[in-house]
Write a new protein. Structure first.
Length: 439
């Protein structure tokens, strides 16, 4: 087999590959010879069909099959010979395939970039530190009580925290706009479910009253035609319902799995859950900050195929997140909408892989099993789920990748400059500002 690099620009490679005719012809003949024992052709007994006749009937199809397989196998032989790491599948071009002549074709593809990692000691990470205080617990209990609150119709004026049932019609320049109309919609005042000024504009109204709200949509609103637009909402209040908070009694505690022990036990459970949530939030923040630092320190050229793959995955995630189905055409979602995030994800994938290679890291088997058990614990038959994960290489690999990211994070932290950052519970629980990096 002959292999030569015809062109090399950036990350693109063009390999000219030549395969001796004998390799093709021998395989075609071998398959046709095997077929003589099984094919049925009119005028011949089964198993007694001459090779020449079998070739006349099936030779073209068998040759196409063999050539396809040889193109694939010879490409992978060639990249091993040239020590290249391709991204995705190659484009096969300029193929010459004539019986009795050598097979020649051009394979065009991109390769992974060469990465020279920056010194990990240059990484600087702020590690959040926080405690769950009595005040935090009190706030959380109020949140839980609000979640279980009921509403009772009232004749009083609407105030923040009340639930109103409303009909409304929104207009822009005197014309109704898409999504600006509803009837019988429940809305909790102060929930910030609507644009600024809508909910506060209903405070002080009673059932049966109508009002007109002159408002402005925010500049970053998702609908292009409504960004920064001045609009009017004609609103009718159908009912006003006051909030009735649940009592702190055994019935309330049972809603959260506390069967006995009263309020003391309930507060202990709330604190325990908050501490667990805090620990997870700290781990997530630190991991994301480490990944962000790796991205900022290591500038690399990215294969377009790698970015395109990330864009496709992000589109699929968006469709799933919003409950979309097969009817949604991913190509209708613009690539530019996902490009920046896709580039960061692709870059981090390459950088993390390089850290794993350089530091000779392998997935910690105990951690992998622990993570799978954690996932399985949310199902009715956890053992079956565990067995399923270990029987599916692609699922197991996805868990191993997450575990490896954790190990990379720990490795970086062991060499980085880490500064503790004392913060209140609420601040730590909130996600960091959107960075486009997902760990």
């Amino acid at each position: 087999m002959q292999v030569s690099i015809e062109s090399s620009t950036g990350l693109e490679r063009q390999l000219k590959i030549g395969v001796p005719a004998d390799r093709i012809e021998q395989e075609v003949t071998a398959r046709l010879q095997k077929a003589t024992k099984t094919v049925s052709i009119k005028g011949f007994r089964k198993g007694k069909v001459p090779l020449k006749v079998v070739k006349q009937h099936y030779g073209k199809g068998v040759r196409q099959e063999v050539v396809g397989e040889v193109v694939n196998s010879s490409f992978y032989e060639a990249i091993q010979q040239q020590e290249l790491r391709p991204v995705g599948q190659p484009k096969i071009d300029q193929m010459t395939d004539k019986e009795g002549q050598d097979l020649e074709f051009m394979a065009i593809f991109e390769v992974f970039p060469e990465v020279v990692l920056k010194d990990l000691s240059k990484v600087k990470v702020a590690r959040p530190v926080a405690d769950v205080t009595a005040t935090d617990i009190k706030k959380m209990i109020e949140v839980l009580r609000n979640q279980q609150a009921s509403f009772k119709v009232s004749k009083k004026k609407a105030k923040e925290g009340d639930q109103v049932n409303i009909d409304f019609v929104g207009t822009k320049d005197g014309e109704e706009f898409a999504g600006g109309k509803a009837e019988g919609q429940d809305l909790i005042l102060g929930s910030n479910s609507m644009i600024a000024g809508f909910e506060s504009g209903l405070e002080g109204l009673v059932a049966g009253e109508e009002t007109v709200l002159n408002l402005t949509f925010p500049e970053d609103y998702q609908a292009e035609d409504l960004k920064g637009a001045a609009v009017e909402f004609a609103v009718k209040v159908n009912t006003v319902s006051g909030k009735k908070m649940p009592k702190m009694d055994d019935e309330f505690f049972k809603l959260f799995g506390v069967e006995d022990g009263g309020e003391e036990k309930f507060r202990e459970e709330v604190k325990s859950n908050m501490e667990r949530e805090l620990l997870n939030a700290i781990r997530t923040k630190v991991k994301n900050r480490v990944m962000n630092q790796l991205f900022e320190l290591n500038t690399i050229e990215l294969p377009t195929a790698l970015v395109a793959n990330e864009i496709t995955q992000l589109k699929q995630q968006m469709v799933q997140q919003f409950g979309g189905g097969q009817q949604i055409d991913l190509s209708m979602l613009p690539d530019d909408m996902f490009k920046e995030k896709a580039e960061r994800r692709a870059a981090l994938g390459v950088i993390v892989s390089e850290v794993v290679k350089v530091e000779e890291l392998t997935p910690d088997e105990d951690r992998v099993r622990e993570r799978i058990n954690e996932i399985a614990s949310t199902y009715e038959q956890p053992k079956e789920v565990v067995d399923y994960y270990y029987s599916k290489p692609e699922l197991l690999s996805s868990v191993e990748a997450v575990v490896l990211e954790d190990q990379v994070t720990e490795l970086v932290l062991s060499k980085a400059k880490v500064k503790e950052e004392k913060l209140p519970y609420d601040e730590v629980i909130k996600p960091d500002p959107e960075s486009g990096v997902e760990a």
